[in-house]
Design a protein around this ligand. Sequence first.
Ligand SMILES: [Ca+2]
Length: 332
Amino acid sequence: MFSIRFTLGVCFRKRWVLLVKSPYSLRGLGEPRVPGSAAAVWMSQASLFLSSTISSVAQEQACILCPLVDISSWWHTALGFAPSPFNRQIPFCPDCSAVYGRKSTTSGYYRIRPRADREPFLAFCDMSDGGGWTVIQRRSNGRENFNRKWDDYKLGFGKFQGKNDEYWLGNDHIHDLLARGEYSLKIDLMDWHGERRYAIYENFQLENYRLWFGTYSGNAGDALSGGSNFEDQWSASHRGMQFTTFDKDHDQFLAGNCASENKGGWWFNRCHAVNLNGRYYKRGKYSGPHDDGLVWSTWHGMWYSLKYSAMKIRAPFFIDRESGDGENSQAS
Ligand SMILES: [Ca+2]
């Protein structure tokens, strides 16, 4: 025994909303509740087709089909659609690789949802450089304040509009993305002469925000591992470090707080060889009481603050297919 209703949905703000729900309810094939109506039987066939189509669309293709048939808010208001329980069942693409897989190959902001039991959120999908990159951090102009407290880093902050807007996606969001499986991290860097370098780390993980990563490749140097000599690695490697902000000190520096000194939240040791969330200096070389710039030590050292950084993640099979050198990434 089964019961089917005619259901028609439309997309509103990239969510399915219920537009029409038929009055027909069938109990068993050919036994419509509206007796003697051939139309009702026909409707039941049509509704079966439509509801199964919508449900398969909802399960697998919403993230590509939804933007194509999105309707504007005045339609919503004019027709008085109520948000339906349907909304809750609509999965978004879990990450930008999935968005890319749905043939949405234009770089831009997409609403993604790595966990079905949490709300979707905006992230920049970098569809250049092989495509499918979910950008978790970007610095490009110094307009955003990165000297922020724990909760800001936890939830994310910044501007999610222009292709070079600065943001931190949020430790919770990053964690949820990485919990889906194996991810590679690629870091695009640019100095004040416009020269670019990159670093790729396989098997990037956050374990309760604690940083883990695997093999390095690239041309910026393996700064996340702390640099080339053993002493530096001991004090500056970021492997296995917990996240620290000025209001939550989890670093290895007993006499102080690395985030306070270095003006941004990061996986500090005592303290760092990399700080992509540091202070944004509008020049390369800088000086001061602390090496608090936007630093990637194995390229320009601790006293050179970079012009651009983007941290982005992608499933490793994408890396195998095409690994770029950052030439096409989003820096202006
Ligand atoms: Ca400390």
